[in-house]
Structure formats: C-alpha cells, structure tokens
Design a protein. Structure first.
Length: 308
C-alpha cells in the first residue's frame, strides 16, 4: 500500500473516531513564528503541501450549485461515493473580513479540506459562499446563510444527508454570519432554525465591547459598534447547542469575544462546548483540518455526529 493511502486511511480513522492528534512540533514552531496575526499566504505555505489533491478518492463533489440569483450565492456538496443511511450535514461558512474570501479558490486546497474531513468523519459536506461588503452590507450574510440552509432542507436528502441533523459551522467573518443567523429568528427560512447545532470558530459576537475596525465598518456601516447588530443576546436564547472555538494565537479581540460568549452562556447555565486550540492561529486552525493534526476536526466531528 502506498504511503499516501496509509496516511489517508489513518486520517479517516482518526476523524471518524474523534481521536485527538495535536499539532506536530515542527509545524507548531512555524505557526508560532508567524505569531498572533492573520496571514493566509504564509500559513497556506505551511499547510497546502499536507492537503489532499483532486480528484479526491471516495468522494463525489458537486460544484457551484445555486441557492440564490447572485453569482456568489452558490455552494458545493461533498458526498461519499459509498454510504449507508442518511448522514448528518456539516455546512461551512468561510471567512474573509466580510469583503473577501471564497468557498474555494483555483489551485488552493482550502476550504475543500473542511469538506473532506466532514465526509471522512461520517457527514455530508456543504461549502457555501455569500455576497460581500461593501456592496452588500448587514444583514446580507445572515440572509444568505438562511437561504443556503433552506436549500439544504429542500435538497440534501437527495445527496444522502439528513435535514434533521444539520450543523452550521462558521469561521471568522463566517462565524459572525452564522451567529447572526442563529441569533435573529427573522432570518430563519426552513420552518424554524433548521439546525441541530452551530459551531462558531473565532468570531465576534458583542460589538458594543469592541472598537469597529475597517472590516466591521465595511459590512455594518453606521450600525458598527451597536447593540443592534450584536448576536450575543440572541445566542444566549438559541434553541440549539453551540460549540465555541478560538485559537491560542488568535488576535486578542477573537479570544476576548469567545470567552465573553462562553462566560455569558455559562452564567445562564447553558455552557457551550468550549474549545481552545493550542498552538494554532486564526488561519492555521482551519488550514490544518484534514491533516494529521485533528485539534479542530476531532471535536468538530464529535459535535456533528452527536447532534440529534
């Protein structure tokens, strides 16, 4: 058996069994050298060589399915070529400071890597993109998430997914959109929230507690920094379980906001699953998914697979 095949099988077993394999020391040193900053190019140089390349063995990929009329209202669906019974569904919302980012860029393994981990961990993967600021401001992101979840409920059974077990996962700006969707019921389009759980990875939730920077100003406009667009109160009333994640080397505001949400929920006796990713940065936490480092993928897939 080829070494690459052995590695793939080992990764699948780790993810499916939710075993935890931490960041290797050599990789940790490289990530720590970059520091607590957001640097996709340098981080990609570390992780891209570790990722799978197309065509992906055992996985069928359906690209650019429309969930709305805009060019960016599109999603990819990843399903196993051989599966028994309906699977839980992981819907991923990428980041990009509200003004950039995509579900996939040509020649890049990101964020197909999240979808591959989902499939190898027992789920169907849905990777969505959305309209961007400054052309499209608040609450466009939450609206687009709602439309994508509606599409999932109407169509995912035909792809082997269980619409009763949909877990929504967002990273960075994507986590803000996920939080907004969960917190504000006016954006629900699936006969209710339509989710079995939500995972917030390095997001922002209480904008009264932070000074708006250029990304927040681009998306929220004159509402930036206000209670009106803060998801924290609604998240504390969420009718679904939450998982809250931040990286050890996240920029400070992401660490503070994750702790703020966790502490507020715990005061109400509704502690979320709270995960701190040792040694990881704002970008490495996602780019490491589907490698031998299961710091995020193991607790993530455990959360996905235990939603009912």
């Amino acid at each position: 058996m080829k070494p690459a095949t052995i590695l793939t099988l080992a990764l699948a077993a780790l993810t499916a069994g939710c075993a935890h394999a931490p960041m290797p020391p050599d990789i940790a040193a490289k990530v720590r050298a970059i520091g607590p900053v957001i640097d996709p190019p340098k981080t990609a140089a570390i992780y891209a060589p570790l990722q799978s390349k197309e065509p992906y063995a055992g996985v069928t990929v359906l690209r650019d399915i429309k969930y709305g009329p805009d060019a960016r209202q599109a999603l990819d669906v990843f399903v196993p070529q051989a599966a028994s019974g309906p699977r839980p569904v992981l819907v991923f919302v990428h980041g990009g400071a509200f003004v950039a980012g995509n579900k996939r860029s040509p020649g890049s393994p990101f964020y197909d890597n999240v979808m591959l981990a989902a499939v190898r961990g027992g789920a169907v993967g849905v990777n969505m993109t959305y309209r961007l600021a400054p052309q499209h401001r608040w609450p466009t992101g939450a609206i687009d998430v709602g439309e994508a979840i509606k599409w999932v409920h109407e169509n995912i059974a035909a792809h082997g997914g269980d619409p009763k077990r949909v877990v929504l996962v967002g990273h960075s700006a994507g986590a803000v959109h996920v939080a907004s969707y969960v917190a504000f019921p006016q954006f629900w389009k699936a006969g209710g929230i339509g989710l079995a759980g939500a995972v917030l990875v390095s997001g922002l939730y209480d904008f009264e507690k932070m000074k708006p920077d250029k990304p927040e100003q681009a998306y929220f406009g004159d509402k930036a920094g206000s209670a009106e667009i803060s998801s924290l109160p609604g998240l504390l009333k969420a009718p679904i379980p939450l998982m809250v994640v931040h990286a050890e080397l996240d920029p400070p505001q992401f660490v503070e906001q994750a702790k703020l949400l966790n502490d507020a929920a715990c005061r109400q006796g509704r502690c979320p699953r709270f995960v701190v990713l040792a040694g990881h940065s704002h970008i490495s936490e996602m780019y490491a998914v589907n490698t031998g480092d299961t710091s995020l993928s193991a607790p993530l897939m455990e959360f996905v697979n235990t939603r009912r």
